[in-house]
Structure formats: C-alpha cells, structure tokens
Ligand binder design. Structure first.
Ligand SMILES: [Mn+2]
Length: 298
C-alpha cells in the first residue's frame, strides 16, 4: 500500500547553488529516485524545489540566504502537507531543518506541536558563543530549540521553538565539549548508534513517547551518519557510523509511525562522489526507508 510522497528539494547552501551538499538533490533525482518510489507503489508527483527570486539571489550572501531559502522551504512543505502528502526532503545541508519544521508547524492549520528526530554524526547544537568553528551548519538544532538566532528561526517559518523534551538526538559520534554540556543540561533524549542499528528498546520507547506527545514528527538525517568507509561523499565525514542498509532499516521503522510527517536526507556531496559509491548507499537507505511508509506499525 503506497503513500502520496512529495519530494521537496533545496539546492542552495552557504556557497551558493548546486555545489557540495547542494549538488546532492539533483543527483538523486537524476539517478531515478522518483521512478523507484513509484515502483514501490507510492504516488509521487513531480518534485518541487526551493527557488530564490532574482532579487533574493542578488542579496544572497551570508546567513541571510539560509533564512530566505528556509522561508521558501516552509511554504513548499506547508502546501504539500495540505495536499495530504508525506514530505521527502532532499536538502543541501542541516540548516534546511528549520524550514521543514516551520512547514510542519503551519500545517494543517497552525501552531502544531512538532517533534524532531535528528540523526547526525554531529550534534549541530552549538550556539555562536560555544561554537569552536563559527559554522552555522553546527547550530541548526540549537536554532530550532530557541537557543540562538531567533530571526533565522522566524524567517524560516517556525512559529515557536521545538521543546527540548520533543528533541531526540540519534547516532551522534563527534561532539564538541560545550555542545555536549548543553545537550546534557537541556536534557535532550540521546540515542546511540547501536540503538539505531539494533532497533533497540530505547529507540522504540523514545519514539513512542515522542509520537504520543506531539502532533507531527520530523525525521532529519545528515548523511554523515553513514560510515565514510561506505559513503565518503556525505556531510562532514567522521570515523564510525552506519551502512546504508542499517540507516534505511532504522528510518523504515521510524516512518511507519503515522505521526512522522516528513523525512529529509541532507548533505550528499554528489560532486565529490567520484565512483558513485555514496549514491548507491544513499539510494539504498532512502528506498528502504520509504518501504516502511503506508503500513501501520504494530
Ligand atoms: Mn549536520
């Protein structure tokens, strides 16, 4: 039994359009993702893409471009939700999580309580005053949680921060010291890599608890959760991690919960995937994940 799946792409990042992680969405579509999803029995309309206007392109630069793109992403997600679609986001990087969260908070209706499952090798929980690098890409969960950069959060369409209690961090293996402290202080739910691989009891109970509290759940996946040994062209490579198959199985379990309304895969750097190995691994993960859509979890 299939679902209506709306693919939403975001091909902009801090470097501009279509390079690095922003090259991933187009490459996944060219590799036949839409056709594969239809073959699984899903109804898949033509993908929709974030497109900045020429005025926006002209002012595009710095962190503001992330906010502009986030606003567009929010509207695309909101529209697709109103049509009853499950959202499959193919996004340049983790900053895109803000626009997806915004779209879910706004639809259907508005002011929905949205939970976040954040699957990433990193915490992305730095604020400008804890970040060792100053990179915005290390902050999106902190922004979503209301700890910093409120303008960016608002421009991305978010009506309210995601509550600490409604955030699950899964599979982190590379954390900065102050970030680790903040995750503990804010009492975010943390799942280990093994919980994902084994679909362990902690994963199942954390998801069930979250799902029972919120109106909708967003599952965000930075593809650097994958082992760089099998997927070197994904995110910010860090030793360890999952195979595409392990990731796909964990995601299939998650999306079989009907509160899960959106799944994004981000930072596939197609332009450095010389042998196409990462593409294969990412496609495997996505198609395993979507095989979990449409059924009800027992
Ligand atoms: Mn990330």
């Amino acid at each position: 039994m299939g679902r209506k799946i709306q693919i939403v792409t975001l091909s902009y990042n801090m470097q501009g359009k279509g390079t690095g992680g922003a090259s991933g969405p187009g490459a996944l579509l060219r590799a036949g993702l839409v056709e594969e999803l239809r073959r699984q029995g899903h109804e898949v309309p033509e993908p929709v893409s974030v497109q900045l206007s020429s005025e926006e392109e002209a002012q595009y630069g710095g962190w503001n471009r992330v906010a502009l793109a986030g606003g567009h992403l929010c509207r695309l997600v909101k529209n697709a939700r109103e049509e009853g679609s499950f959202i499959l986001g193919l996004l340049a990087d983790c900053n895109g999580c803000l626009g997806v969260l915004g779209g879910l908070q706004n639809s259907p209706g508005e002011g929905l309580r949205v939970g976040l499952v954040y699957v990433d090798a990193h915490g992305d929980y730095n604020t400008p005053d804890t970040s060792p690098s100053g990179m915005l890409g290390g902050m999106p969960v902190a922004v979503a949680a209301g700890k910093c950069l409120p303008r960016l959060r608002g421009r991305s369409g978010m009506l309210t921060p995601v509550l600490f209690s409604d955030i699950i961090m899964a599979g982190m293996r590379d954390l900065d010291e102050l970030e680790k402290e903040a995750i503990a202080e804010d009492k975010l739910t943390v799942l280990r890599e093994d919980d994902l691989i084994e679909l362990g009891p902690d994963l199942k109970s954390a998801l069930a608890d979250l799902s029972s509290r919120v109106d909708a759940v967003y599952v965000h996946v930075d593809l650097d959760i994958l082992d760089p040994g099998v997927a070197p062209a994904a995110g910010l490579p860090s030793p360890g991690g999952l195979t595409g198959e392990q990731l796909g199985r964990a995601l299939a379990y998650m999306v079989s919960d009907e509160k899960v309304s959106a799944l994004s895969l981000v930072s596939y750097r197609a332009d450095s995937d010389e042998d196409g190995r990462t593409l294969k691994e990412v496609m495997k993960a996505i198609l395993l994940a979507t095989s979990g859509l449409g059924g009800k979890r027992g």
